[in-house]
Design a binder for this molecule. Sequence first.
Ligand SMILES: NC(=O)c1ccc[n+]([C@@H]2O[C@H](COP(=O)([O-])OP(=O)(O)OC[C@H]3O[C@@H](n4cnc5c(N)ncnc54)[C@H](O)[C@@H]3O)[C@@H](O)[C@H]2O)c1
Length: 382
Amino acid sequence: MKILILGADGYLGWPTCMYFSSRKHKVIGIDNYFRRTASMELDCEALIPAPNLLQRVKLWKDTSGNKMNIHIGDITDYAFLLSIFKEYNPDVVVHYAEQPSAPYSMINREKAAFTLQNNLMTTLNVIYAVKETNPECHIIKLGTMGEYGTPNIDIEEGWLEIEHKGRKDKFLFPRQTGSLYHTTKIQDTDMLWFYVRTWGLRVTDLMQGPVYGLSTDESDMDSRLMPHFHYDEIFGTVLNRFIVQAVAEYPLTVYGKGNQTRGFLNLKDTMQCVYLSAEQPAEHKQLRIFNQLTEAFSVNQLAEKVKKIGDKLGYNVAVNSVKNPRIEKEDHYYNIHYTGLLELGLQPHFLTDDVLEEIFKVVDKYKDRINRSAFLKGIKWT
Ligand SMILES: NC(=O)c1ccc[n+]([C@@H]2O[C@H](COP(=O)([O-])OP(=O)(O)OC[C@H]3O[C@@H](n4cnc5c(N)ncnc54)[C@H](O)[C@@H]3O)[C@@H](O)[C@H]2O)c1
């Protein structure tokens, strides 16, 4: 495959580039360093220092012998994106290149406007570039489980058949989310569905849960190949955040009652899910939606797991309930269906004590770099 990865410098993008490259596919990557500049601006940089993307690619070539083609540029710039599509004519495009943080989108009007503009415009540009250069190209788009919110009914895999006044039809599963960022993901899904119906594109939209971890077979080859690892309130996902808090002996910041439940997955499984989706593409005129998670946990369950391993390793781990800065249900029903990726061949890596211990050990090596002021930045929904 010739695969174009948008957001190639990111937490998920960089390991994905290496994953496809090590399997001998031709990888083309794009990034505009938004994540690096935003985290510098907000004083919440990643825990592990990462060489820039061009240096990463050189390191990868030296380590694995495999080449990648990298371009630094902005996907909201249509002329730039189109030139890349024309130069390489990819078979698959993986679209990670969005502003990925709910708290960031809630900071103020300027950040809200950026999130809307960046996320919707990148998706629109990908759709147009595919239509203009090769409508056969399979679009793999990262959505989020957060699109569904926490409805009081089971969450199906993307679609819901509804019977109303004796007639039936199938619709996108109803979505009521909890941040502007998540709202842009819903808007992306609606936009993709519109162009699938109108232009017959082939799209896979992955409703992914929060990802944890930093190890993949490729990143384990050299510590300089590790992905960005954020632990701050803005860009850090909850389990990564708790582990770094435990190592810093900072009380784990459970929001409100901590009964909020979500579906999670290991970084290694994100790689598998994207790879399996690329190898077994959606059909023409198909918007294929998968719920991308392997296990569900409440925030309290995650805090307990982290405390157990942290205490075992000799850290003094306290758990603290802080006033919830978000508007979200703290007690709710949560039952998700997620069989599609398992049927494609996903072999899940579950959250075992050993997996947690491994992440603790890596984090401990960088504990001098922990910036405690990044754990709580005071971003509120109201
Ligand atoms: N990490 C998770 O737990 C998670 C969960 C669900 C969904 N997602 C989604 O997966 C995708 C990747 O997430 P991530 O955690 O790797 O985020 P990330 O911020 O680390 O990666 C996104 C990358 O895209 C780049 N980017 C953003 N806008 C761009 C633009 N206009 N032009 C070029 N590059 C641009 C950023 O610089 C960054 O390197 C995002 O769309 C996110 O919403 C992530």
